[in-house]
Structures are given as structure tokens and as C-alpha cells.
Design a binder for this molecule. Sequence first.
Ligand code: SF4
Length: 407
Amino acid sequence: MNKFPRSAYVHIPFCHRRCFYCDFAVIPLGNKVETLKGYGSKTVHEYLHFLYKEILSIEHKSPLSTIYVGGGTPSILDPKQIKELIDLFKENYGIDYGAEITMEVDPASFNQDDLYGFINAGVNRFSLGVQSFNNQILSKSGRRHIGEDAEKSCLWLKRVYDSGLIKSWSLDLIQNLPLSGFKEWQYDLKKAIKFSPPHVSIYDLNIENGTVFKKLVNLGKLKLPSDEDAFRNSESTNSILKESGYSRYEISNYSLPRHQSRHNRVYWSGLGWWSFGQGSTSSPWGEKLTRPRVSKEYKKWVTSQYKFNLDSSLVNSDFVYEELDEKIMLGLRLKEGIDIYKVLKEQNWENEKFESNLSKLLEEWERFLESGLLVRQGNRFFLSDPKGMELSNQILISMFKWWDNVS
Ligand code: SF4
């Protein structure tokens, strides 16, 4: 394994306003956002200043094979700012030939000229946050775009992909939003497939603390799809996408052949990655570090870290993945699953401890194997599809239980 991470995540926290389900580290700039000279530019410039400082503070920079610019809403930035960011990596880390450079884009915040600008800046993969094509669902969820914006964005991305200007793109939807019953979800899915995105992410709605949705739930005012509809929605996602040639390579991700997200696979397979920006989490050597979520604290943190060289304050040259339960959970989410013997061996436990922890885990999993949620092939375990993938929470909870008792 390469000692130094070859992947970098960059967090651009700006959004127009906060969507009703979102608890990410974001800075709402309002509707009049202009990031080069207008409203919002000072906040953005200041943030980028600290972000660049953080990026440069890594001492052992090695060429990157994936970069993921996420948020927030990175497409709020001007193409010139995206170019500056990618050039910073190019000049200081190096970017491998054929590297995957992904940027998240939101239908309400870019036009065709911006898209070409982002491509000229070096972005070769886009992840489009459609969430739904239905205007009522979008508005109930606090999104700024309407279905027509989403359709236009899909067409533009399809066009640049078909003409070979980008390597791939992903269309992202959220399942089980308010008002999204079986009929509405079928419409969204079928509409999505019409644009032939090479990659589709389907996220299940989670009600997070501190969000508008959470408040509405507490007041009994949020009408979510019934359990029955939610179950039918999941089932139809799986069957419709599979019938259309997509393979489910992770719980929330489907792709056509050769279009899996290389960057996401780095997270799931436990390889190290850099991460930059407020609220983001890096894991260069297996240990995780989450930056402050609030701008003021983040800037203070960057200033303090800069004195030391960021990676030297994180260095742990022996690769030991401390959060083993998380590593197993991430591995199980993948289609190919996880070799549990190999993963436990990496802990370098004494024989007795290894045997005891392994047998406790296998005991926990016995009932999931019996009920068909989990499948075993030799030393490899994976979630059955669709049953295990839909009900994965049960297995994940058992993992926490096991991990708490690991001696
Ligand atoms: S656009 Fe995305 S990051 Fe921004 S508030 Fe909405 S869900 Fe959150």
C-alpha cells in the first residue's frame, strides 16, 4: 500500500440556503450569491484562502488519482475558482494521468457556459443533485431548483458525456421524500433513466437532528411515504435499475459497467485519503480527523495546524485501522463484501484474542445467514441483494454490539 494518500476530498460549504433535510456543514449565502465580485465574494475568498492554506500545509504530497469536490454546492463557485483549485493540486501534488476529478453540481446553480468552464478547469466527472423531478416534492424539501432545471442539467451532462468531453456523470436522487409515494417515485426513476446516466446514486431520506424536517416530525407535521410505500419504492428502485443494465455495487450506488466511482471506492475499501475544508473528515493513515464545522473555528484550526505541517501532526506510519467496526460495515456495503479473516488479521491480535473475537462475530451473524440477509462464500461475507441491502441496518446494529464487547 502506498504510504501517502492518492485521493483528496475538498469541501465547498456554500449553498444558497439550507434544504429542509440537510445537516451538512454549509454556509447559506442567500439568493444573490456571486462568488467572484458580488454578494458573497468576500466570504468565499476568505474561505478559499484558508482552504488553500490547508491544502498546501501537507508536507508529503504525492500525485493524486482521484479528487472529489463536494459540498455544499461547489457549482456556486465560478469556473475560474474551480480551475484555481485544481491547478493548486496539479502544481503542488501532481495529478495522475487519467485521474478521476469529480465535482458536485446543483441544477439551480450552473448553466451551460459554467459547465464548459468546469470541464476546461479539469473536471471530468459530475455528480448532479437532482433529488427529484417533481416540483411539489422539490419545494416541500426546500430545494431551489424545479424539475425543468433538473431536466436541462441532465441534458447538458448527457451531451458533454456523449461527445467524450467527460468520463462519466452521476444522477443523484433521494428516495422517500415527503409526497414521494410509489407512483411519484416510479416517475422519478423512469425519468432519470431516460437520460442514460452512467452512474446513479439513490440515497434514502434520513431525518437528522437540527433540520426543518426533524422539527416538522416532532410537530407531527411531516407526511412521509408509508412504510408500505417505502418498501415498494426500494424494491422498484432495484428492479427498474437492474432491468436497465445498472449493477448495484454498493448499497446506495448503481452503475453501468466501468462507471463505478473510483473516489468512493477509496472510502469503502479503507484506503487513506486527504480531506480539506470545514467539517470534512480525512483519514490519511487510518485514523480519522474531522475539521471544525463552523468557519471561524475552522480558520483558527488551519492557522494552528499550519505551524506544524498538517500531516506530521497526523502521522502514524503503521497502517492500523482503529475503527474496525466501521471498516467492516463499509466493506459489507460493497457488492463483493469483505474477507472477515483478512480484516481481523490486520489487527495483529494475539491468536487467542483473534479466535475469540472472530467466533463472537460469527455467532452474531449466524441469524442473518439463516434469514438470508447475509451471504457467506468461504471467508467472504456480503449483504444479499436486495433483501440484505434493504435491511442492512439490522446487521450494522449487531456490528456495534459486537464491537462494544471486543476485548
Ligand atoms: S444544496 Fe445540498 S448541501 Fe446545500 S443545503 Fe441543500 S442538501 Fe445541503
